[in-house]
Design a protein around this ligand. Structure first.
Ligand code: SF4
Length: 306
């Protein structure tokens, strides 16, 4: 398993090195808008996924070439708090990179005190919350069996109380699913209790996994934003749900990925959570501008041009 991607430029995080500590789509949820596909059964079980030395060796190898980082960001292919070694990974990364640490999480494990303690080692936590009532939670996030949104909200309230760093809460709105008056009122009330430094309102922009996941218009998003009593910003310029797992700049992500190892079109589409069509269009431009070599005839692998 490769653990590092980027660094990639991100509007929210500046120059951010991505740290992937979970195998593809190991998650406590199975959101209708997930760009990682619908594979896997949601789980709440934390466990170790790889020897820590494997991760830190990769970090050591890359360290000499890294620019100054605004953040080292734990996110990637699934829910990072499901990695039972999260605390050690955060501490070791901070020691090696001397960069602020961000964790992007779906927040569902925050009812667990031990998870909150791990997360509190970060400088910035970006949890998401798409629903405040159980039926909507189940419809949009399709959680692991037994997971209650009321407990998740209490977990986030406790996290805010215990954590002195920055907390940016992302809410992703899907038309007809979590934008009813009742759900919006419940979400607004939840954010008042959680009291994050900011709420980032987002909607589905890219073609989502499920055809039922439709975006809200920018006007509607802005109208909803005005109803929040905590600081709020809208992220309509972003790529939708993928902001949980990646940055805005797909070109930079492709180059960063290929910089680590050659990959096929299918590999890139899977890893970056985009359709092959979109990746192909981006690759075409990168080939024309001589940043990426055309695929080799043997296996269809793309490489960056040295
Ligand atoms: S969008 Fe994120 S939280 Fe939702 S299922 Fe996909 S990986 Fe999990």
């Amino acid at each position: 398993m490769k653990h590092l991607y980027g660094p990639v430029p991100s509007r929210r995080l500046g120059v951010s090195l991505g740290l992937d500590i979970i195998p593809l789509k190991v998650c406590s949820l199975n959101c209708v808008y997930c760009q990682l596909g619908t594979r896997g059964v949601p789980t709440l079980r934390r466990r170790s996924y790889f020897p820590l030395a494997e991760f830190f060796n990769e970090l050591e190898e890359r360290r000499p070439d890294l620019p100054r980082l605004d953040y080292a960001t734990f996110s990637g292919s699934g829910e990072p708090t499901l990695n039972a070694d999260l605390a050690e990974l955060i501490k070791g990364t901070r020691r090696l990179l001397k960069a602020p640490i961000c964790v992007i999480t779906n927040g569902t494990l925050t009812p667990d005190e031990a998870v909150r303690a791990d997360l509190s080692l970060a400088d910035l936590i970006m949890p998401s919350l798409d629903a405040a009532t159980q039926p909507v939670f189940e419809a949009i996030n399709r959680p692991a069996a037994g997971l209650l949104i009321a407990d998740v909200i209490e977990g986030l309230v406790a996290l805010r109380r215990e954590f002195s760093g920055k907390l940016w809460l992302e809410i992703l709105l899907v038309a007809g699913m979590n934008d009813s008056e009742a759900e919006l009122n419940a979400l607004i009330a939840a954010t008042e209790r959680i009291a994050p430094d900011t709420v980032q309102l987002n909607t589905v922009v890219r073609p989502p996994t499920e055809s039922t996941a439709e975006p809200l218009s920018p006007e509607r998003l802005n109208e909803i934003a005005r109803r929040f009593t905590v600081p709020v910003e809208t992220l309509t310029a972003y790529h939708g749900a993928g902001t949980k797992h990646r940055s805005l700049d797909l070109y930079a992500e492709i180059i960063a990925y290929l910089g680590r190892r050659p990959a096929t079109l299918t590999d890139l589409a899977t890893m970056l959570g985009e359709s092959e069509e979109t990746i192909s269009a981006h690759l075409e431009k990168l080939i024309v501008t001589r940043r990426v070599l055309p695929p080799d005839s043997a296996g269809g692998y793309f490489r960056v041009k040295e």
